[in-house]
Write a protein that binds this ligand. Structure first.
Ligand code: APR
Length: 168
């Protein structure tokens, strides 16, 4: 089982093998964390993504990290569920984002992976529920990844992740 760390940071500055971005199905980039990752990785990220698009919600694909600084070698793109009230299988789709991203991390031999709080921004997934799903899914997914770093963008989000980890 991977060790889980929680940090409050801009994910594009994390020194990990692979950074996960909360993408949309086009993989062309957008706002939020996806916008930050695409800005840091440069225009080749959208070109590589376009070749793999469309990506279904809950799935994950890997591209090179292009202009992101070493040691980051890969970007794992995953598409979270748009929150529609909770009865449209959103929880299972979100869990699948974490599971499939870890599967892709194993396929590329990544040992350290940073995740944003997938789907809790534009897609509106409640942060507390999403944090519990993230922690439980990571803890229940066999993986060769040694360290998963859950990156909160602000202190409040960090406290929510820490509470979920402490409760697990
Ligand atoms: N580093 C870490 N976390 C960040 C960063 C950053 N630089 N920027 C934003 N976040 C956080 C947000 O605060 C939120 O908690 O990432 C989390 C996910 O929010 P979004 O980026 O809005 O992602 P999501 O809710 O999954 O919506 C995805 O938004 O940007 C578009 O192309 C994207 O259409 C897709 C949709």
């Amino acid at each position: 089982m991977a060790r889980i760390e929680i940090v409050v940071a801009d994910i594009t500055g994390e020194a990990v093998d692979a950074i996960v971005t909360a993408a949309n199905e086009s993989l062309l980039g957008g706002g939020g964390v996806d916008g930050a990752v695409h800005r840091a990785a440069g225009p080749r990220l959208a070109e590589a993504g376009a070749a793999l698009a469309p990506l279904d919600p809950g799935d994950a694909v890997v591209t090179p990290a292009f202009d992101l600084q070493p040691p980051v070698r890969h970007v794992i793109h995953t598409v979270g569920p748009v929150w529609e009230g909770g009865d449209q299988d959103e929880a299972e789709v979100l869990a699948s984002c974490y599971r499939r991203s870890l599967e892709e991390a194993d396929r590329i031999g990544a040992r350290t992976v940073a995740f944003p709080a997938i789907a809790t921004g534009v897609y509106g997934f409640p942060a507390e529920e999403a944090a519990g799903i993230a922690v439980r899914t990571i803890q229940n997914t066999p993986t060769a990844v040694e360290t998963v770093r859950l990156v909160a963008y602000d202190a409040e989000a960090g406290e929510i992740l820490q509470a979920a980890l402490s409760a697990s």
